[in-house]
Design a protein around this ligand. Structure first.
Ligand code: TXA
Ligand code: MG
Length: 332
């Protein structure tokens, strides 16, 4: 059974941070802005609240959550840092980086949130409101992206409301996010491994580590290393095809830069007319949502270069284009 709630929407100010912290303490669910995408927060130490969060998203409970804390010092209570992990935290926190570490003995995050694993994903978000909220709340806040499971991640409060209104207690509106794509996840369970490309490019991380990151695909061929890294994810309802050189009649075009694409699309949005990958990342999920509403038979995405943030953009496009499993009625 689903809780049906009347969802409140507050602007992201100091009063909203206090109210959001109060709702979290009471076991409620709060969507709030981070610099990457909007997150759906729950008290990481409250099993009932975490169970409600999985239910509101329609998320399978084998898919663990990222715990958000205010700073590196707070993170040390939850995860066991190696010297390399410390180096990345120093360089990139607060910011769009998530570190996957062995749990500490006293880790105050409920088993449901880590899907019973011995590891924990930790992130210190860079967004001002997220920082104020985490400090007001005091503990760790688990926060997956604030969308229905499998759907496109939200980059505005309106996207959150479209997916989750009446399933959560509060939405804090901080305007459109800056980065637009989820955090980069690096695992320190073995050799440093890139589990999910994201808001910080691989080469920036490799520069700080002074070595190459292993690839999850290279270390693990059968099971996805992050249970959430299913092939089909981030999906609009309309079919998407990638690396399109032409558009068919009735198709919409997701363009990039000055690349010419043959045909006359029903609708066109250009991720970045000047070919700027940061701008393209910030526009990606919002543009997918708009083209999803365009009435097109499918969306053709032009090629995006693979360097810097292009790796994360191409990862999300590839997942959005992957064949879908049958729709879970709870998640649709
Ligand atoms: O930018 C972000 O990271 C956003 C904002 C809201 O912070 N959050 C986010 O969360 O993208 P979510 O739940 O959509 O993605 C978290 C990913 C999933 O693929 C999950 O499987 C993986 O992190 N993950 C979390 N804990 C893990 C663990 N202990 N072991 C392996 N993978 C883990
Ligand atoms: Mg997500």
């Amino acid at each position: 059974m689903l809780d049906t709630l009347h969802t409140l929407i507050f602007p992201a100010d100091a009063a909203a941070a206090l109210e959001a912290a109060r709702v979290l303490r009471g076991g409620g669910l709060v969507a709030f802005p981070t610099e990457t995408v909007y997150g759906l927060g729950a008290d990481a130490a409250n099993a009932e609240a975490v169970a409600r969060l999985y239910r509101a998203k329609g998320r399978p409970s084998f898919n663990p959550l990222i715990a958000h804390v205010a700073d590196l010092n707070a993170a040390r209570a939850f995860g066991r840092f190696t010297a390399d992990a410390e180096r990345l935290a120093d360089a990139f926190w607060p910011g769009p980086l998530t570190l996957l570490l062995p749990k500490t003995d006293g880790c105050a995050v409920v088993d449901l949130a880590t899907a019973g694993l011995d590891s924990i994903a930790l992130r210190v978000p860079g967004h001002h409101f997220a920082q104020v909220l985490l400090r007001a709340f005091g503990g760790a806040v688990v926060a997956p992206s604030a969308n229905r499971s499998g759907h496109v991640s939200p980059t505005t409060a309106g996207h959150v409301a479209a997916d989750l209104a009446d399933r959560i207690d509060l939405i804090v509106d901080g305007g459109p996010v800056a980065v637009g794509i989820e955090s980069t996840i690096v695992s320190f369970l073995g050799e440093p491994t890139l589990l999910r490309p994201g808001g910080i490019a691989r080469n920036e991380i490799e520069r700080v580590l002074g070595r190459r990151l292993a690839d999850c695909a290279a270390t693990n061929e059968s099971a996805p290393p992050a249970p959430g890294m299913l092939a089909s994810h981030y999906a609009p309802r309309t079919r998407l095809r990638i690396d399109a050189a032409s558009v068919d009649p009735g198709e919409a075009l997701l363009a990039f830069g000055a690349t010419r694409v043959q045909g006359s699309p029903l609708a066109t949005l250009n991720l970045s007319p000047s070919g700027n990958l940061e701008e393209a990342a910030a526009n990606l999920f919002g543009y997918l949502r708009i083209l999803d509403q365009s009435g097109a038979t499918s969306i053709a995405a032009a090629p995006v270069p693979h360097h810097d943030l292009g790796e994360a953009i191409n990862d999300r496009l590839r997942r959005a284009a992957a064949p879908r499993p049958p729709l879970d009625p709870e998640a649709s």
